[in-house]
Write a protein that binds this ligand. Sequence first.
Ligand code: SF4
Length: 427
Amino acid sequence: MIHPAGQPSLVFADEDGNITDFPDLHAAGMSGGNFSLPAQEDFIPLPEGSEMFVLPGRIPIGWDRETDEAVLLEEDPFSPGNPIQAVAAFMSPAHTTVLNAAYQTNDNAPRLPLFAYTAVGWYDGQFWTTAFRSDKDIRQDSKQFDQKKINTKTAKKLERHKNNRLIQHLGKCCLTYACPAARNFFLGRWEAPLPTSPTCNARCVGCISLQASGKCSATQDRIQFVPTAAELCEVAIPHLQNADQAIVSFGQGCEGEPLLQTDTIERAIREIRKNTDRGTINLNSNASIPEAVKRLAGAGLNSLRVSLNSAQEIYHNRYYRPRGFNLKDVCQSIQVMKEAGGFVSLNYFILPGVTDSVDETNALRSILKEFEPDRIQLRNLNMDPEWYLRCIDFDINVETTGMRSWLDQIKTEFPQLQLGYYNPSIR
Ligand code: SF4
């Protein structure tokens, strides 16, 4: 892993959004609302395909080299009197945050959209961010995507499958939202998406497909129909028969909860497995209905990915705002899938200051010990961190260990547990 030879400097944006470094201050990090000076080992070069975000109504916080403390940079040091804004990195997939960007939010600042905001600094002619690569798999690396090839192959498949509503929907996901899973479907490789459900039995505060409050926009539109088993099979069967490391996944960012469409999915899985036993059939889910998971495992489902913001019931409830289920049902779904011989991943939302808090770590350790999931996918929480902490009413003064110590602890205590970012191909 490459780390900077010195401490990166703070970067900020002027009122026009131009990003500049300020060598007089080190870049600082934020964890659950507390500021710190990142260690040089926390920084990696900003991964290719990452984006830099200017944070409206937020003033950058840096670290003073002399006084060794956090300081606010209230105006443009190169043009006194002019306002400035904080900057954060939205990292490309397969990278997990160690510290969030450090800033102070003005009273009338708008809520930040549904992305993750990682600390970033400047050193020796390049940007550095506080993160680590959490999966070697290249399936969503930006250089894997040739737009011209995507356009050609997508157009051909859309033409060939005019009557398949699901393929037409994935065409929009691919060409409008640049969804990596939809792109890989049209390129005929790796993991392909099978969105199925317009409805959900949860009301996650940070839902990326439905933001009822309107105070924050969803990052993609939710599918408006339930595909038929035949439409699902027309996507899945050729993909599983031909793609490298083939995976098809129910439960995508552009839908509600797939377990609410268990009848259709069960029919599709049975039909798929009548035609091919190649590849992995996966379900990304809030795992709310263990009986439905049991039925799908019986039909041939190979792996289950369970989304989890917290291993503590109180925070799980406050985030998912579930209708008719709770964390016990989620854990029972893990048990049911394991008993059926299936593979289980936790899609664990990472937020420094929460994930590495002692109570959260202990709660996660209990679930890992009792239910033995096979893998944790270390996914950054894509939400305004301050809004999230308010929504779950989290005490930011709790004891924390730091994300890198947290990772070492989990690795040491659970050596069998896989740590990654993506759904693995397991067949
Ligand atoms: S479970 Fe998924 S679809 Fe349902 S509200 Fe949560 S994020 Fe949205």
